[in-house]
Structure formats: C-alpha cells, structure tokens
Design a protein around this ligand. Structure first.
Ligand SMILES: NC(=O)c1ccc[n+]([C@@H]2O[C@H](COP(=O)([O-])OP(=O)(O)OC[C@H]3O[C@@H](n4cnc5c(N)ncnc54)[C@H](OP(=O)(O)O)[C@@H]3O)[C@@H](O)[C@H]2O)c1
Length: 285
C-alpha cells in the first residue's frame, strides 16, 4: 500500500508517536515530526501551544489505552482521553491548524447485529469508552478544523499486542483458549496509518469517520488466522466465552465498525482483515 502524504506546505505532527499507530505513521511519513510522551504531554497546554503552528496537520495518537486499569483510574483515563484532546483541539483552533484525532469502537454499547455507522447512537459501557467519547466531543466542539477517526482492535504483530501474544503462545503451549463471543474489526496499524496519511491530504472529508480493516472476526478467529499463517494447526486454538477470562472492563459483544463514511468520502478502503494478518506476519517474520 502506498501512503499519500499531506500537501508539501503542511507540516505533519504526530502526538503519541511512541505508540502502535504513532510509530507506523512516523515510519510511513519519516518527515513528520513525532512527539512521544516524554517530548510532549498532550495535557500540558503551554507545551502543546508551543509546537502547533498555522497550517499544521496534527494526528493525535496519544491516549490512555489501559482499558481494564481505567476502571480503577478514571481520572487518569479522562486526563489522557478528554483533557489531552481538548488541549490539542484548543491549540489547533487558536493556531489555525487541523487536528485528526483517533477514537474507538468502545464508544458503542455493543448490542448491534450490524456494523456500527458514524451516525449510530453511542453508549460506552466502560470508563475507557466514556473517556474516549468525551474526547471526541471535545475535539469536535473546540476545533472547527478537526476530524475524529474511530478504529478498533489495533495490532502490529509486535510487542505485547494480541497477534504477537498468539505467536508467542503458539510456541509455548499445545492449546490456547480464546474468546469467541466478541465480534470486532481487527485492524493492522500499518494499514490504519496509511489511511490516516491519505486522510491528512484530504481536508474536504466528513468530521466523523470509521477506519478499520474490512470484515469482522472474533478474537478466536483472529487467533486461528495467526496459527494458520505460521503453519500451525488452527485447531490448537479452542473457542471459549468471555466468562473464562473475567476482566475489569466488560468488552462490547459486538463492535464491528462500518467503513461506509470512509468509502463515501472517496478514501481508499483498508484491505480485508484476513489479508492484513498475512501482511503483518510476513512483515514481522
Ligand atoms: N489499540 C487498540 O486496539 C485501539 C482500538 C481502538 C482505538 N484505539 C485508539 O487509537 C489510538 C492509538 O492507539 P495505540 O494502539 O497506538 O495506543 P498505544 O500503543 O497505547 O499508544 C498511545 C501512546 O500515547 C502515549 N500517551 C499516553 N498519555 C499521553 C499524554 N498525556 N501525552 C502524550 N502521550 C501520551 C502513551 O505513552 P505511555 O505508553 O508512556 O503511556 C503511548 O505511547 C488511541 O486513540 C486509541 O484510543 C486503539
């Protein structure tokens, strides 16, 4: 996939550049200015104002993403996911910069049986989801030139993400039990980053968009795909339900995102999730 970059006159800034999506953005757009957490805390209004200039395009990948821990740390979750985006939005509005902000499928309650569209009613069931929804609203309210892009189930196939964990467990265990009662949109960080760069070059797009790899899967199906990709027997992955893995934050049972708005805006669809797993594993081999 070829990444399109913003017009040469616009500076591209990436906040949260040390995270999964931020790293891939910087890899695909090496001339972008990346700010990791230690370079720029997005809740620090003076520091944020000092880096944003007129005409900039800021892609905010910084977030508090510890979904379970958020249940016991709501203040930290809202600081990272509401206050930080609000600070960025205010700074962008003041400077005359554009803000592209990432959000999540977890803003939805998970009760649908068809993909969630951008105009569907939200209703987060977790502190993380509520904090992200508050951040969406702050961005859209405070920065006239801003967009919110919801994505889901992001992985790179590295570090401790789900795909990397399945690769490790394939080597360590004979069988692995994986939940089969949550449906979502697994999304390869590289594909998402390429989509965000295409969006950054297109100011004339709707303010709320969904960007995920196409199709839907359960965690069980994603785990089986990982096993297949490395030539392991996918039947070593066994389905179980969420009660086998009690978590502090109850995940939505169904949080598939529709890319209708993304396609309608003339943006390139992200490839099907299964093809993306193949690409991710050949890249991480
Ligand atoms: N990962 C997913 O499955 C998923 C799904 C749906 C939506 N999203 C959204 O996609 C975006 C990117 O997610 P990701 O997977 O790349 O997350 P990630 O890997 O957890 O990266 C987030 C980065 O933000 C940094 N950060 C946290 N608070 C900050 C602050 N106040 N100032 C500056 N940086 C801060 C983190 O630093 P530390 O590590 O030091 O805290 C981390 O480097 C987020 O908005 C997330 O909500 C992710």
């Amino acid at each position: 996939m070829t990444a399109t970059t913003p017009p040469p006159t616009a500076r591209l800034l990436v906040t949260g550049a040390g995270g999964q999506v931020g790293r891939e953005l910087i890899r695909l757009a090496p001339r972008a200015r990346g700010y990791g957490r230690t370079d720029l805390d997005i809740t620090d209004a003076d520091a944020v104002r000092a880096v944003v200039a007129p005409g900039d395009v800021v892609i905010n990948c910084a977030a508090y993403t510890a979904v379970d821990r958020a249940e016991s740390e709501p203040d930290a979750a809202f600081a990272g996911n509401e206050t930080g985006p609000a600070v960025l939005a205010a700074a962008c509005a003041r400077a005359g910069a554009r803000l592209i902000h990432l959000s999540t499928d977890y803003v939805f309650p998970g009760t649908h049986d068809r993909p969630y569209d951008t105009d569907d009613v939200t209703g987060p069931t977790t502190v993380y989801g509520r904090s992200k929804l508050a951040g969406e609203r702050a961005v859209l309210d405070l920065a006239p030139d801003s967009q919110v892009v919801r994505t889901a189930w992001v992985y790179r196939g590295r570090g401790g993400d789900f795909v990397a964990t399945m690769l490790r467990l394939e080597r360590e265990r004979e069988t692995v039990d994986v939940v089969d009662d949550q449906l979502g949109s697994p999304t390869y960080a590289v594909d998402l980053a390429a989509g965000l760069l295409e969006l950054a070059a297109r100011p004339d797009t709707p303010r709320l968009l969904h960007a995920t790899n196409r199709g839907q899967a359960t965690w069980f199906e994603l785990a089986r795909a990982v096993f297949m990709e490395v030539g392991a027997d996918p039947d070593r992955v066994r389905p179980c339900d969420s009660t086998a893995y009690p978590r502090a934050a109850r995940r939505p049972a169904y949080s598939v995102l529709s890319d209708r708005s993304w396609i309608a805006a003339g943006l390139s669809p992200l490839r099907p999730w299964r093809d993306a797993v193949t690409a991710a594993l050949s890249a991480s081999a």
